[in-house]
Design a protein around this ligand. Structure first.
Ligand code: ZN
Length: 205
């Protein structure tokens, strides 16, 4: 009988050990720290542009100090040429082009860095007197895409590239003698509606 008792005791001990395995896993109640109910999103002006998923770029810091196209940098010029960009947000990357007085010709290359087709977001570079820009753009709007939205044989147009779409590059050679004096002169995009934003100054210095 003694032996049996011992066995029972040890069995009980084993059983107890087995039973006491789960320490209460309570106490981990996570209190959801309710954020103050001022969550309605800060009224960001909805960038309702269709196919351009770049709200970050659209919200670019606009130093609204300078007027007209003066809020963009000057084009980098070397060897009587420059390369500027247009994008799907209807923007040039520069606001002015300075042609060195020593140049007799000047090449402007335009790269469309966007993805949209020319029919939707076409860009070009047209050079006129600044005073002619608005009328040339307005009258060209009816000329159609194939005519680069420029009235055929418009004598006010000093130089222009063709319209290009996203991913394309074009260029034009500007006769510098025609933009010396009697200015100011402007460059702009003739795609309907774009010249209100896509414009800048070009001058010989
Ligand atoms: Zn354009």
């Amino acid at each position: 009988m003694k032996i049996l008792t011992v066995l029972l005791a040890s069995a009980c001990a084993l059983g107890l050990a087995a039973c006491s395995k789960s320490p209460e896993s309570a106490g981990t109640t996570s209190t959801p720290t309710a954020t103050p109910a001022e969550s309605p999103p800060p009224a960001t002006p909805a960038p309702a542009s269709a196919a351009s998923p770049t709200p970050v770029e659209a919200a670019a810091p606009a130093p609204a100090a300078v007027s007209a196209a003066g809020d963009k940098p000057a084009a980098v010029v070397s060897n009587c040429s420059t390369t500027i960009e247009g994008n799907d947000a209807m923007q040039y990357n520069v606001g002015s082009i300075t042609v060195p007085a020593s140049c007799t010709g000047f090449k402007i290359t335009l790269t469309h860095t966007g993805k949209m087709p020319v029919a939707a977001m076409g860009h070009d570079v047209v050079i006129t007197k600044a005073a002619d820009m608005q009328a040339v753009a307005a009258e060209g709007a009816g000329a159609g895409l194939a005519a680069n939205y420029l009235k055929p044989d418009d004598a006010r147009v000093i130089a222009h590239t063709p319209l290009v779409g996203g991913g394309q590059t074009t260029s034009v050679s500007v006769p510098v003698s025609k933009i010396r004096g009697d200015g100011p002169y402007a460059f702009f995009c003739s795609f309907p509606g774009h010249s209100t934003v896509m414009k800048g100054t070009i001058a010989v210095e």
